[in-house]
Design a protein around this ligand. Structure first.
Ligand SMILES: [Zn+2]
Length: 61
């Protein structure tokens, strides 16, 4: 009997691939990006946000 639900491994999980810059991918395909690539990817995502067709959630302070 295995009642254990799937829970996503954190960045502390087994690293499957690690790049020299500091980015790595864990065994369950979680990506953690280094500072340089995190910024690059943020820009890439923002550039394609319309294509992604995501809905904005605006939090009010
Ligand atoms: Zn990187």
């Amino acid at each position: 009997m295995n009642e254990q639900k799937y829970s996503k491994w954190t960045v502390e999980g087994d690293k499957k691939t690690r790049w020299i810059c500091g980015c790595f991918q864990t065994a369950d395909n979680y990506f953690k990006f280094c500072d340089a690539h995190n910024e690059t990817l943020k820009k890439a995502i923002q550039a394609q946000i319309d294509e992604l067709d995501m809905t904005l959630v605006v939090e009010e302070n």
